[in-house]
Every structure is written in C-alpha cells, then in structure tokens.
Write a protein that binds this ligand. Sequence first.
Ligand code: 13P
Length: 262
Amino acid sequence: MGVNRLPLIAGNWKMNLDHLQAVAFVQKLHWTLKDAKHEEDSVEVAVFPPFTDLRTVQTLLDADKIPFALGAQDLSTKDSGAYTGEISGAFLAQLDCRYVIIGHSERREYHAETDEVVAAKVQAALRHGLAPVICVGETAEDLEKHGAAAVPVAQLEAALAGVAADADIVVAYEPVWAIGSGQAATPQQAQDVCAKLREVVGSALGADAAARTRVLYGGSVKSANIAGFMREPDVDGALVGGASLVADEFAAIIRYQKHVGV
Ligand code: 13P
C-alpha cells in the first residue's frame, strides 16, 4: 500500500442480492463496522450492486449517512438513444455512482468485450465524471504461455489510449484463474503485476498519475489473506467478489488494519 493513497476495499456483488436484500446487507455491514469502532477515514469502502439495486442503495446511503461509495458493474459505450437494455453513464452519475467497473473478465468472456470496447467504456465513464475501475488479468493459459504480466499490461495499455493525464481512474489486477477459485495469487505475484501496471499508468498518463492511482488486487480475497496483499507497496486495495456478500467477512476484510497491524 502506497503511503499517500487511500486504500480502497470494493465489493463486486456480481449478479447477487436483489434491492431488498441489498438494503439488509448494507445496513448489516454498516452496523458491524460501527460495533467494531472501525475508523471510517482509514479506508474507502465501495459497493457495486446490480443496476436494479442502485437507486435503493443510493437512498439508504444518503438517508442513514453511511460512508460507502457506490459503483455500477458496467455501463454503455453510448450516452443515450436506441440501445435496448443498455445503461448510460449519465444515469449512473445521476444515482451518485462514483465508480464503474469496466472490463471485468466475466464481461470479456461472456459478453465478448474486446480491448476496444473496454477503451470506449473508459471514455464513456470519464465523460460522465465516473471513475472507471479498469479490470485486467490473465487466464491460466496466458500465465503458462506469457507469464503473469504480459496480458494485463497489454489490456491496460489499450484501455488507457486517449485518457487524459489528470483522469481519476482505478486499476484492478484480477488474474482470471484466481477469481472464484479459492486459489488467490500470492502477495508477491500480485505485487509484481501491480507494480508493472503502475508503470503502464506512468507511461500513459505521467508520473503524477502513477503515484496517485490506486491499483487493486482481486481474486479469492478473504479476511485470512487480505493483510498479505495490503502489505505490498503497489497493492492499494482489493476488488472482492464472493467474500463481499457476507457482511461479517467483508467487514473483517475492510478492517484488515486492525487484525494484523499493517
Ligand atoms: P472472488 O473474490 O469471488 O474471487 O471474485 C473476484 C472478482 O471477480 C471481483 O471482481
């Protein structure tokens, strides 16, 4: 974790929790952190519910003054018009979304999102004042053929084409083989790739952006392994899937500083 970067612990719910379940979950997470006297300023917490939950969660965060950032899991490359089923970044901005996940491996795999589509979505997010959480990562086959960094580096270079030096972005290194598998990367593996991704940010956007941009690790993160990742200098947080759906477990991940003294 870099000294001047606020750690970000982000929960990607994927296609889980409807809007009623989302309310119960967010309330429970908030109470759990309050009971534990969690220091709100020490880490930024963000949740990424399905689209149909966003308005409800926005209202709850606002009404109960819950200090979690809100994010969406995807957006359209387009801003409006005849694109049935698509969601505009303009709508997400109206819902007070601060973040939007772009290029998750599940979208690359099941929705055939190419590097070009990912780059267009990054532009769409930035047009609407949303910070893109740009996901990159190699498959097990890529790992064997090209090593860990080659594919994520190429994906990030493509995603950052045409991005301004002062853009507010987040990068997430999510090795595909580690997602949902229970087999996380080692902290050293995550550090090595996250450091290379920071170099890519530096080459594309300059040294200030490289120093400021948070690079997250994602893939089978849990309370038992989060501390190891957060000790690494170029890992600034985590993008958590399965473990972000269990309030006690997600709270323990958010409180990594307490249980290990990082
Ligand atoms: P898991 O934490 O379930 O491995 O998922 C990681 C992920 O894909 C977050 O975006």
